[in-house]
Design a protein around this ligand. Sequence first.
Ligand code: EPU
Length: 417
Amino acid sequence: MEKIIVRKSPALKGVIKVDGAKNSILPILAATLLCQEECIIHDIPDLQDVKVMCRLLEVLGAKVEKLGRETLKITAKNIATCEAPYELISKMRASFLVMGPLLARCKNAKVCMPGGCAIGTRPIDLHLKGFKYLGADIKSESGYVNARTEKLVGRDIYLDFPSVGATENIIMAATLAEGETILENAAEEPEIVDLANFINSMGGKIVGAGTKTIRIKGVKKLHGTEHTVIPDRIEAGTYMVAAAATGGDLMIENVVPNHLQPVIAKLREAGATVEEYDDKIRVKAGDTIKALDIKTLPYPGFPTDMQAQFMAMLSKAEGTSIINETIFENRFMHATEMSRMGLKVKLEGNSAVLKGSSKLSGAKVKATDLRAGAALIIAGMMAEGETEITEVYHIKRGYSNIVKKLQNLGADINYEK
Ligand code: EPU
């Protein structure tokens, strides 16, 4: 079984380039099913999740061609089946994002229900509510959701919670519906804006992405396009925290500083110096790390995908830090793993209380999800001795070449078979 071995590392120094955003490319790949023509997409990160989504597109009848190291051409001329199988959906929750495009294109979609995962039960009720409002008849049986319709018709839809996935799935379904859909309390994440820009470049009519109200005017047909995915703000944030946690000084390239405002604000509050440029950010660690209060929120609030990495960094902070997780019900598995490395942490409901500076020491730990895995790598670089991280496949789902990238910055990290 593959492992990552991390030893106490010197301060990270150097320049690192961030890849295209995982959470943008997954919905964008799903959206290629909306049109029959060629879609060329650049800056595709080399990730396991991207491979799973491409395989799913192929099963559904699309042709997926690699044009270069980071470019793919997808042509969904014909849809071979509108059934997305268990084998692929169970590998990755985001594959449920093919439901909206399939329903729009084929008026029929049968997609295996994604299960829960390490971070919570993660229901899909808001996705289904949206499809229903647009006119789909939804049936759930034998672990599959089957949505059928004569035609989709635009409606006003209010989301009870600004779910990222539901916003994306509903936008994609509404793109080919008759009339206008107004989606209220929509998610405002940059990845939603990227998806809307992609669909608009295919001839879609979406306005308001990036705000709480998104208007989608249905069109009859979309055409092929060429698009470059936005940089991954969570990958960038992970390296920013790694710099501050190891006492380092990193220049992080290919970022949109505006997408990272809560992360930048919290790093400054912790004592790091953060310099913002047009498309890069420099993070210089402060002499000490100050304790923080963090509450995860939908964008533009502090991202849930960054709290684990901050927890690792805050292990070194003087004073008490509190991390309050409001997005997922069970996203503190990394706290339990880090406590095995000596982190003084107490879990109280959806809060983690870190009691003063902990002296971390290397241990055998498990990456319970991909952000937890990244956080354990950061903790491993701070800890005395050797940390052995198993279930590395989680990390590969969301970070390309993380071991090589960190080695280049001076980290003592290796894969071991
Ligand atoms: N929720 C519902 N009903 C729904 C949909 C969501 O109750 O129909 C709940 C979820 O259970 C969760 C909350 O709403 O408690 C937020 O879920 P959301 O739908 O916003 O998240 P997602 O679309 O499943 C995406 C990212 C996650 C990221 C979250 C929050 C992708 C592929 N995934 O998930 O990324 O944490 O938004 O920002 O875009 C990661 O990259 O590590 C990751 C988990």
